[in-house]
Design a protein around this ligand. Sequence first.
Ligand SMILES: Cc1cc2nc3c(=O)[nH]c(=O)nc-3n(C[C@H](O)[C@H](O)[C@H](O)COP(=O)(O)O)c2cc1C
Length: 221
Amino acid sequence: MNPGGAPDGPGMLDWLRTRRSRRTFEDRPVPREVLGRLVEAAVTAPSNTNRQPWKFAVVTGEATRKRLAAAVRARADEIKGIIRQGHHAEDFSNYSDFFHEPLESAAAIVVPQYRAYPDLIADLIQSGGGDPSKYHTASSMQAELCSTSAAVMALLLQAHAEGLGACWMAGPMVGKDEVEALLGIKEPWRMVGAVAIGHPVGEVQAPGRKSIERVVSWFDE
Ligand SMILES: Cc1cc2nc3c(=O)[nH]c(=O)nc-3n(C[C@H](O)[C@H](O)[C@H](O)COP(=O)(O)O)c2cc1C
């Protein structure tokens, strides 16, 4: 351990490697205090000009969880019905279960949200008579979405540290309109998928990772 209580470098890496996306959960609640710590962890993330462009809806109530999961399932089924007419019915049929199934047994569903801000630098370029389309700025990297993604990763790691399982999912985006209406999410806020959280059931295999050689380019000179 380092003085701040953090694991040493190699220890941290070992621990990061043990985080898994978990998709089935026991039927028991996660205490509010623990869920609170997950959000506290999320907001430790860095953000562009410290804008903290995030919000988190934490859904623990059974009725709302069920409505949310049902809305996503209905949309996934609708899409499945359309795709069934084409050549990829089998592929999508299995795949779409991952859109809603983890939500169905989750004790809590966190719906992260982000908002984009006006592009200040572009405005300044324009005010100086320049053409903002000739320059890249933070909006080229969707900086607020990146910041919120960093926050979600911190939340996932806190869940792992609490002994919980979690799965951040893009699948629920098929039910974006319904989920946003259910949780009162309005423009400029936008949901960024949903995180299923709970006490995980069983064990899961670690999906492989691409080799470091494939994903890194070193520029040492
Ligand atoms: C942005 C994002 C979207 C994801 N969407 C889904 C999803 O819709 N359903 C699901 O079951 N898992 C989803 N996952 C989890 C990935 O499948 C998982 O991270 C990947 O297979 C690696 O496994 P690991 O998280 O256990 O290392 C998503 C992960 C991320 C980061």
